[in-house]
Write a protein that binds this ligand. Structure first.
Ligand code: ZN
Length: 468
């Protein structure tokens, strides 16, 4: 007996030939898509189904993949607005990251995961860089487990960087970092039927010693997992890395043998042509964060040049302290518009390419393209149902990809399935009694953290338009 038959839908498969099937159905058994095709044929073939979902007038997409996040930062939304990066770090990020505790991480994680899920995201790579007290990463994993989302925890670390103003509270001894990473890998990697994975996440190349980078590469290979690292987000990243390692971060990663197919470089805004060739040569992957890059004025990543030479680029929100949300639908539109205006060329990037970045290319970026990223027989049942008539913004829907990228919002995401399990049903999360109660509680954790971290004054800041 089938578990689910989603019928009468427009299915955006993202398969190799990028087929969009009309009046089509998807059959789900346990965690997998077992059939996909014409509704009449599938209805005839599968007479016994636990639940039939009629998606007439609606579209089904593969679940979006958010390749870079700092979920705890959802407690900091709006506390660091309109600042240059160094002030944003010192006045908002660092004091919060140095003060946060595990329960607050969990509530920040819940808010971020809910936002992701409402925007059709089924896989999140969270880069947990705050490690000011033991076992903070466990709060992130707890949020993954509670919500049923597919989650990768990148255990962040910095073992140096004090000379650049990084607070002592966030810098850890190598032995402590190594012990915690091994604990997380042994406890959680591939747990919950494989939905939870653990990666290694040096915060930046210039915040990591050669010894720690070498060790990370060795362990990632041993555990058959990935490494993700912030790279060339700003010119400062390249300068600081040259001071520490004698060359920019891109060269350092290649020189130390870390740049490879399981290496996901975050941002890559300030790349040279040689860097781009190097990334392609090593088959390293890129996580593109348009919202954050604009919010912090980091610059415009050379996405058309990267994709032109065949570098895999996934899409991401980054943390909500520099976005200020975890809404992947919003990122689709920003990713497209950012390149169009920068190049003064509306043809430079298409809505189709942007959706590839958020689905099949995102899957490739995290080494999971055989399992997720498209709707095909044998793949995991990770998908969402999109209802265009849930809002005026998305009506009429002439082409589902155009509507999702340019005219949609979280209001349109009616159902989300991960691993064949429905985690959002009729617009509501299935794993919570009251989403509103959780959000109100998260506000309390956010206020409490702001008080402890000394960022509370940002809540009552003076009006600032005249200063500019
Ligand atoms: Zn980041």
């Amino acid at each position: 007996m089938l578990d689910y038959l989603i019928k009468n839908a427009t299915i955006v498969t993202m398969n190799k030939s990028r087929e969009i099937l009309k009046n089509a159905s998807i059959a789900v058994f346990q965690d997998r898509i077992v059939d996909i095709g014409d509704t009449k044929a599938l209805e005839h073939k599968y007479q016994e189904v636990k639940r039939v979902i009629d998606a007439e007038g609606k579209a089904v997409f593969p679940g979006l993949i958010n390749t870079h996040n700092h979920m705890f930062q959802s407690l900091l939304k709006g506390l660091g607005d309109d600042r240059v990066l160094s002030d944003w770090l010192v006045e908002c990020m660092f004091p919060s990251a140095a003060t946060i505790d595990q329960e607050a991480v969990y509530y920040g994680g819940l808010v971020a995961t809910l936002d992701n899920i409402h925007s059709g995201t089924t896989t999140i790579l969270d880069y947990m860089h705050a490690q000011s007290s033991p076992q903070l990463s466990d709060g992130v994993i707890k949020a993954f487990k509670k919500t049923g989302v597919r989650g990768i925890l990148g255990r962040g670390y910095m073992d140096l960087g004090e000379q650049f103003g990084t607070p002592k509270a966030l810098i850890q001894d190598k032995a402590v970092i190594q012990e915690d990473i091994l604990r997380l890998l042994d406890t959680y990697h591939n747990s919950d039927d494989g939905r939870i994975k653990v990666w290694l996440a040096p915060a930046a190349v210039w915040l990591s010693s050669k010894e720690m980078l070498d060790w990370s590469k060795k362990i990632a290979d041993e555990y058959n997992t990935g490494i993700t690292v912030h790279c060339s987000e700003t010119p400062f990243d390249r300068q600081a890395c040259t001071e520490i390692h004698g060359m920019p971060d891109t060269d350092t990663l290649a020189h130390y043998g870390i740049m490879g197919p399981n290496c996901l470089l975050v941002h890559c805004v300030h790349l040279t042509d040689r860097d781009i060739r190097m990334l392609k040569f090593h088959d390293a992957k890129v996580s593109h964060n348009p919202g954050s890059n604009m919010y912090l004025s980091s610059g415009v990543a050379p996405i058309p040049r990267l994709t032109e030479v065949g570098v895999t680029v996934g899409l991401a929100t980054d943390g909500a302290a520099s976005n200020n949300s975890n809404d992947m639908i919003e990122m689709l539109k920003l990713a497209a518009l950012m390149q169009k205006v920068t190049h003064q060329d509306p043809t430079i990037i298409t809505s189709d390419k942007v959706l590839e970045m958020a689905t099949i290319d995102g899957a490739r970026a995290i080494g999971m393209e055989d399992e997720i990223g498209s709707l095909e027989i044998g793949k995991k049942a990770d998908l969402f149902i999109f209802d265009p008539f849930a809002s005026a913004k998305s009506t009429p829907m002439h082409h589902p990809v155009s509507t999702l990228v340019y005219s949609a919002s979280e209001q349109n995401v009616e159902m989300v399935m991960v691993d064949g399990r429905i985690i959002l049903d009729n617009f509501k999360p299935t794993f919570l009694e009251s989403e509103r109660a959780v959000l109100i509680q998260a506000q309390e954790f956010a206020d409490d953290l702001a008080r402890k971290a000394g960022t509370y004054a940002n809540k009552e800041r003076p009006w600032r338009s005249l200063a500019y």
